[in-house]
Design a protein around this ligand. Structure first.
Ligand code: UDX
Length: 457
């Protein structure tokens, strides 16, 4: 099959590589030639384990074509996936759909009427967006119909028929949301729990089922609004689970309970499940914060009581602020803090809505000297915070003379760090761990003051 992917962020480039790896020909459309050139040369532009190898392999095999030209890609493709960003609008939290609609216009302007194309949004978009995309494409096709009829290469009767049946012989829209996590994007795409296909067109559904045939997991075929809502409901429920866990963590800190064991015991009830209950400094990333905000905004505009979602977001702020308060209780203003981890989670250089970045920014503004180390995210943090904090490539040397070691991201290389060495280098044997990487008793035995999250000690 030949398909087109528009956008080469996390969703777009991972999907492109995986579908090319199955033997499909994949056009990747972007609007910056320099970036497309890098992709062509095997640089995925994002940090994602295993992605560069997959990109290089499939580009070499001639299955991935990078272009700025819609015409070239759409004339060959039976599916077009729109994978552009839907960032939150500052102030309202609503998803900014300008890129989705610009892409829809381009698709309408370049769709090849001589064959059927499925147009599918993989980006997370609010309910109603795919129908809006359909309208935009139809409008473009209507505007082009005279030209299409005058072109001998198109079958005039086909175009006339298409006009009379609202273009359903030429294209149909479908919602096919993506559920990958950053850092495990390839694994998640290859091993989905389920594939969601929402469309009013059986033809579109059949084509999408065929493309997803090599993947395991259940197929859920539904209508477009349901497919769109499934994505928001999934991310919001996962975020709710995290805020619930973090609220229990705040509670545990007050009463001397051990939040990780409490939550594990709670999760052993099959109806709840033990996954996605690790207490932390709050959830971040490009999805949970934006999707909770967007569902809150659309729910409000539909007159739905969204106080549950408002509380989820409120707790997510309380937890990173709780971490800041802990530091302030334990280290005098002006002290030096060595910080390990800035990315919103391990295995990514992404710092969008990263609680770690909020914490270091707040502490720096409050007068602490902050020196940071992160295996991947420092260049991105530097662009955002500049000289407000300092950056070090030396994981251990940067600890020298620090009043505390603060752990904010759960990178593997921190999990089995040389604790004896850390103890020797730190001015004060204080570790404030936002990710619970170490055993409380072991840290005590080594002579640390170990302040972890939702645990005693
Ligand atoms: C999420 C969804 O998991 C994915 O299905 C969707 O497609 C995109 O959004 P992602 O943002 O990549 O994926 O990361 P995820 O691993 O879900 O973590 C999100 C945030 O929650 C991170 O800040 C992480 O540190 C935090 N988290 C996650 C916890 O604090 N505890 C956990 O148990 C799990």
């Amino acid at each position: 099959m030949t398909i087109t992917i528009i956008g080469h962020g996390y969703v777009g480039i991972v999907a492109a590589c995986v579908f090319a790896d199955f033997g499909n020909t994949v056009y990747v459309i972007g609007h910056t030639p320099a970036k497309l050139e890098k992709l062509k040369n095997g640089d995925p532009l994002i940090y994602e384990p295993g992605l560069a190898e997959m990109l290089q392999k499939n580009t070499r095999a001639g299955r991935m074509i990078f272009t700025t030209e819609y015409d070239e890609a759409l004339k060959e493709s039976s599916i077009v996936f729109s994978c552009v960003g839907t960032p939150p609008t500052p102030g309202t939290g609503e998803a900014d759909l300008s890129q989705v609609y610009t892409v829809a216009k381009q698709i309408g302007a370049h769709l090849d009427p001589s064959h059927f194309t499925v147009v599918s949004c993989k980006s997370t978009v609010p309910v109603g967006t795919n129908y809006e995309v359909k309208k935009i494409i139809e409008k473009e096709l209507v505007a082009r119909s005279d030209v299409m009829l005058s072109q001998t290469k198109h079958d005039a009767s086909l175009v006339r028929q298409a006009q009379s049946d609202s273009w359903s012989h030429i294209f149909a829209v479908a919602s096919c949301p993506e559920f990958l996590r950053e850092g495990t994007g390839i694994h998640d795409t290859l091993n989905p729990d389920r594939t969601i296909i929402g469309s009013d067109s059986q033809k579109a559904i059949d084509i999408l089922l065929e493309l997803h045939k090599p993947l395991p997991g259940e197929r859920v075929v539904t209508n477009i609004p349901s497919a769109e809502l499934i994505k928001y409901a999934s991310n919001s429920l996962l975020a709710t689970k995290l805020s619930f866990a973090n609220m229990i963590s705040l509670f545990a800190e007050k009463v001397g309970a051990d939040a990780p064991s409490v939550l594990r015991a709670v999760g052993l009830d099959n109806r709840i499940g033990t996954k996605n209950l690790d207490v932390s400094i709050g959830y971040g990333g490009a999805c949970f914060p934006k999707d909770v905000q967007a569902l809150t905004a659309t729910g409000r505009s539909e007159g739905v009581d969204v106080s549950l979602l408002e509380a989820v977001e409120k707790v997510n702020v309380l937890v990173w602020k709780n971490y800041v308060a802990k530091v302030k209780r334990l280290v005098k203003v002006g002290g030096k803090l060595a910080v390990w981890g800035l990315a919103f989670k391990a295995n990514t250089d992404d710092i969008r809505f990263a609680p770690a970045v909020k914490i270091v920014e707040q502490l720096a503004k409050d007068g602490y000297q902050i020196v940071t180390y992160d295996p991947a995210a420092m260049p991105n943090v530097k662009k955002q915070l500049g000289d407000l904090i300092t950056y070090s490539e030396k994981q251990y040397e940067m600890i020298e003379g620090a009043d505390a070691l603060c752990i904010l991201t759960e990178w593997n290389e921190f999990k089995q760090a040389d604790l004896v060495k850390i103890k020797k280098i730190l001015k004060n044997p204080l570790v404030i761990d936002g990710r619970n990487l170490y055993e409380v008793q072991k840290m005590k035995d080594l002579g640390f003051t170990y302040i972890s999250t939702g645990r005693k000690g």
